[in-house]
Write a protein that binds this ligand. Structure first.
Ligand code: NAG
Ligand code: NAG
Ligand code: NAG
Ligand code: NAG
Ligand code: NAG
Ligand code: NAG
Ligand code: NAG
Ligand code: NAG
Ligand code: NAG
Ligand code: NAG
Ligand code: NAG
Ligand code: NAG
Length: 774
């Protein structure tokens, strides 16, 4: 303690008979607090904002503020202005001999007073400071010694935890022994303040003071007083902040966040399991790894994050996550239970299509229903919170007791990875997430489905970071031995006749066009950037030649499909082949019987046969034979017509027309279409009759039809074009001319318009367009 003795200066400040000045007495190392009164009775002066307590004109020592209703600080000087009062409060901490002198306090415009600050060491008991420690829930007593001259004065006890606030004063009436703070004055030379049931919130700085006026006598009712603080106490609270039960599960993970008081946020943290050695968190603001623990000391938030994965029964223990403070420490106790629960979902692998959404289901212990949580593993396999901007694409919903779902919409390239979900439990000083479900999310681009002979654009998006790096397109996984390199961005593609390349560095898109598609082109393509990025796209090919079958109600039909390589075969019903393979009624070489459907592989003959028994009229429609080729497919379109028993060719046609009609989403359009079509057919028939030498090869017709189909399906997403359909009109096989394609396509720009096109060989008179209003 410094022994600085300053001699008081007595200033007389009598202006027209009124004492307009104050004398403050403090001690070196101590603090003072006083109220600067407006002794000028003209209240309207108080409307001016701006109060000050300054040593000199420029106020380099002191404080000048316009802030009201809260403490404003300038170093050791603080000022509180309550605009409704006729005074404001000034607090000066850690006085020194240099502070001794004359100051002015007042309202900036109209009034001011001189204030003399005397920094004196009235006795050895003034201006002392101590550091005290206490463990949580303890009771401590603080002793404050004063000069016996103050024995009759009011004693005060202030807390500085945020701003100076009075906790107790000795002239307050009855103090119950139940109170948290108890002040007892010996009225001789000391007073004691007892603080009971210490908590972390009690951590901080306290001041003991006496109320006095300018003399050593007890202030009278009318005297202007100030408070001389004689002792400063720094109270450090240690020990157990809280004890929390955390439930986790075998082979799952748990994420725990321990929160510490702000003032310790920079201190070193630790983890301790039962009574074993403390594991120090050596580095701050980065993940560190020790045994099973991944730890992150977040000094900006005052948090210690702990992640433990692959839990086993041996991880069940009582842990402490704590902060080191000198030789003491402050910690939270975690009672971790690790139990075996079988009813959680097994870890899943989901594949999401870029741009679409994907649903993840999570099961969790029902009693933990506070907050649902999902996180994504980073490179170090630590499951981290998803950033709040990304979180908008994550929609949570409860689907059943103990089950919730998360839908990730508009899936992005960066969404690939491993997710964990579970329930989060929050306490004041600890948040824990028991992660119970693992989801591996892989991404693919939407499949590209094209007909044999067409061309296909394969779009490889990559992230901006990779724009300067060579992009690869491979058939099969790039850099694997069995992968076939198609093209890479730094390669001259001119040599490759089937391939052209577009490089959009602004959209970060590398587009490869493959022309003249063959069955062999079907397969899984991979876009890759070095070893850091890969993304697959399925190219599916529809063979030029379709199959048509006729059968009767009640009978059965055998459909034989060729296959090239002895791959997995599949047969399904639906308009879109890729969708029917996934979601439709299907049989495959793996699953060869499904109700009335059965599939037989005849590998030696290079065919597989599908039998459908007990046919009904409803079985008429479109089917697909598919051959899987490394995850992708080669399709053959199959049309099945199931006719009623009494098969006259007329009634057959009628049936078909009705059947087809009912398949259309826009019946009205179809009706109009069919009428127009009939007209067109009549016209054609008429024309053909008068042009007997017009020999159009059926091949040419067919390829024209396929061109149409290709035109319609390009760029339209296979799952989102309900208005697309190909109609095969009732044909009389002997008359090979009655074939036409009708396609409906929604215009993207004007969704209320649908165009119906009729196409017919190269003659140019058979094109019509119908606009429908919805
Ligand atoms: C108070 O001050 C205002 C503004 O200066 C003045 O107009 C008014 O006369 C004063 N009133 C008294 C009672 O002095
Ligand atoms: C008080 O002021 C002295 C210098 O006058 C300084 O050395 C000391 O650190 C200050 N103490 C506090 C608690 O601010
Ligand atoms: C300073 O302290 C001494 C010793 O207690 C005392 O005699 C003297 O009156 C004090 N000065 C003032 C101005 O209070
Ligand atoms: C707080 O508790 C620890 C043991 O938990 C003990 O070593 C220490 O002395 C205690 N501190 C105080 C101020 O009682
Ligand atoms: C002490 O408390 C009493 C009663 O609440 C109050 O009237 C008095 O102004 C207080 N004194 C000080 C110095 O705060
Ligand atoms: C203050 O505490 C001390 C030590 O515990 C005790 O001896 C003294 O009597 C207490 N004084 C009062 C006024 O309670
Ligand atoms: C001590 O304080 C805590 C809150 O900080 C409270 O929950 C507890 O009941 C208190 N204990 C006693 C004995 O007052
Ligand atoms: C949690 O479950 C309990 C019992 O099933 C229920 O009463 C409570 O409302 C649920 N809380 C939330 C936040 O869903
Ligand atoms: C790009 O690289 C920077 C620095 O390596 C990284 O922080 C950022 O996440 C990367 N962006 C993407 C989309 O991967
Ligand atoms: C595509 O763009 C990248 C980055 O500008 C460049 O390195 C690459 O050579 C380009 N490839 C082609 C085929 O233009
Ligand atoms: C490439 O893709 C596979 C399968 O989708 C995935 O497991 C792997 O981590 C990916 N590699 C990189 C570097 O992204
Ligand atoms: C076909 O129908 C017959 C008679 O209605 C029935 O016995 C048989 O089980 C059916 N077969 C299949 C595969 O549904």
């Amino acid at each position: 303690m410094k022994a600085i003795i300053a001699i008081g200066i007595i200033t007389l400040c009598l202006i027209s008979g009124q004492v307009l000045c104050f004398r403050l007495i403090g001690c070196s190392g101590g603090s003072v607090m006083f109220k600067c009164m407006n002794s000028n009775q003209n209240k309207s002066y108080d409307h001016y904002k701006g109060r000050f307590f300054c040593r000199n004109r420029d106020c380099t020592t002191g404080i000048n503020t316009e802030i009201q209703h809260r403490w404003d600080y300038n170093g050791r000087f603080a000022l509180y202005d309550d605009e409704n009062s006729r005074f404001f409060t000034v607090f000066i901490r850690n006085l020194s001999r240099e502070d001794d002198g004359t100051y002015t306090c007042g309202n900036n415009q109209k009034w001011s007073h001189d204030v003399t600050l005397v920094v004196n060491r009235t006795s050895s008991s003034c201006g002392t400071s101590v550091i005290r420690s206490a463990n949580i829930s303890q009771t401590i007593t603080i002793h404050c010694k004063y000069d016996h001259g103050f024995k009759k004065h009011t004693k005060v006890f202030y807390s500085l935890n945020i701003d100076p606030v009075i906790v107790l004063n000795s002239s307050q009436s009855s103090q119950s022994s139940e109170e948290k703070f108890i002040l007892s004055d010996s009225h001789k030379d000391h007073f004691n303040v007892t603080i009971r049931n210490i908590s972390t919130a009690d951590d901080g700085v306290y001041l003991c003071g006496v109320e006095r006026d300018q003399s050593d006598k007890k202030p009278s009712q009318t005297s202007i007083t100030h408070i001389t603080f004689i002792k400063e106490i720094s109270l450090n609270v240690y020990g157990q902040i809280t004890s929390v039960q955390v439930e986790a599960y075998i082979s799952k993970s748990v994420f725990i966040k321990c929160k510490f008081p702000q003032k310790f946020k920079g201190n070193k943290k630790f983890i301790q399991k039962d009574s074993s050695e403390k594991i120090p968190v050596d580095e701050q603001n980065k993940w560190v790894f020790h045994g099973k623990f991944h730890m992150f000391d977040d000094t900006s938030e005052g948090l210690l994050k702990v992640f433990i994965s692959d839990l086993t029964a041996a991880d069940e223990a009582t842990y402490r996550c704590g902060v080191n403070i000198a030789e003491n420490h402050l910690f939270t106790e975690i009672k971790l239970t690790v139990s075996q629960v079988d009813h959680f979902f097994a870890s899943s692998k989901s594949s999401a299509v870029v741009g679409e959404s994907v649903k993840l289901s999570c099961s969790y212990p029902e009693k933990h229903n506070e907050t649902k949580h999902i996180c994504k593993e980073n490179n170090e396999k630590i499951c981290q919170i998803i950033s709040s901007s990304e979180k908008q694409r994550f929609e949570f919903s409860d689907s059943a007791a103990g089950v919730f779902t998360v839908i990730i919409s508009n899936v992005r390239l960066t969404d690939a990875g491993v997710y964990w979900c579970g329930a989060e439990t929050r306490h004041k000083h600890l948040t824990s997430v028991s992660l119970t479900n693992k989801h591996q999310l892989t991404l693919t681009m939407p499949p590209v489905i094209r007909r044999e002979g067409d061309s296909a654009e394969i779009k490889c998006p990559y992230n901006a970071n990779h724009s300067k790096v060579v992009q690869h397109l491979c058939k099969g996984k790039c850099f694997n031995n069995d992968a076939e390199n198609i093209i890479q961005s730094d390669e001259d593609h001119v040599k490759k006749t089937k391939i052209s390349v577009k490089n959009d560095t602004e959209l970060n898109l590398f587009t490869v066009t493959i022309t003249d598609l063959r069955a062999e082109d079907a397969g899984k393509y991979w876009c890759a950037v070095k070893n850091v990025f890969n993304l697959s796209i399925d190219l599916m090919i529809i063979m030029k030649d379709g199959i048509t079958h006729e059968a009767s109600v009640g009978g059965s039909v055998s459909i034989s499909c060729k296959y090239r390589n002895q791959n997995q075969s599949v047969f399904c019903r639906g308009d879109q082949p890729n969708i029917c393979v996934r979601d439709g009624v299907r049989v495959s070489s793996d699953n060869s019987i499904n109700g009335r459907f059965s599939l037989t592989d005849q590998t030696s003959a290079g065919v597989f046969t599908v039998n459908i028994s007990n046919l009904t009229e409803e079985d008429s429609g479109k089917y697909w034979c598919g051959e899987e080729h490394s995850g992708s497919f080669i399709f053959t379109e199959v049309h099945l017509h199931v006719n009623r028993e009494m098969t006259s060719s007329d009634s057959k046609n009628e049936d078909h027309q009705q059947k087809e009609k009912s398949d259309f989403p826009v019946i009205a359009v179809v009706s109009v279409g069919l009428i127009l079509l009939a007209l067109v057919i009549v016209l054609i028939l008429f024309k053909l009759k008068h042009n007997k030498h017009d020999t159009i090869s059926s091949d040419r017709r067919e390829s024209r039809d396929h061109e149409m189909a290709q035109e319609e399906s390009q760029d339209s997403h296979p799952e989102s074009n309900p208005l697309y359909s190909t109609v095969q009109l009732p044909t009389n096989p002997s008359d090979g001319l009655l074939y036409a394609a009708v396609s409906f396509q929604k215009h993207e720009e004007s969704p209320s318009e649908a165009t119906v096109r009729f196409s017919k060989d190269e003659t140019h008179c058979d094109y019509a367009s119908v606009i429908t209003a919805e």
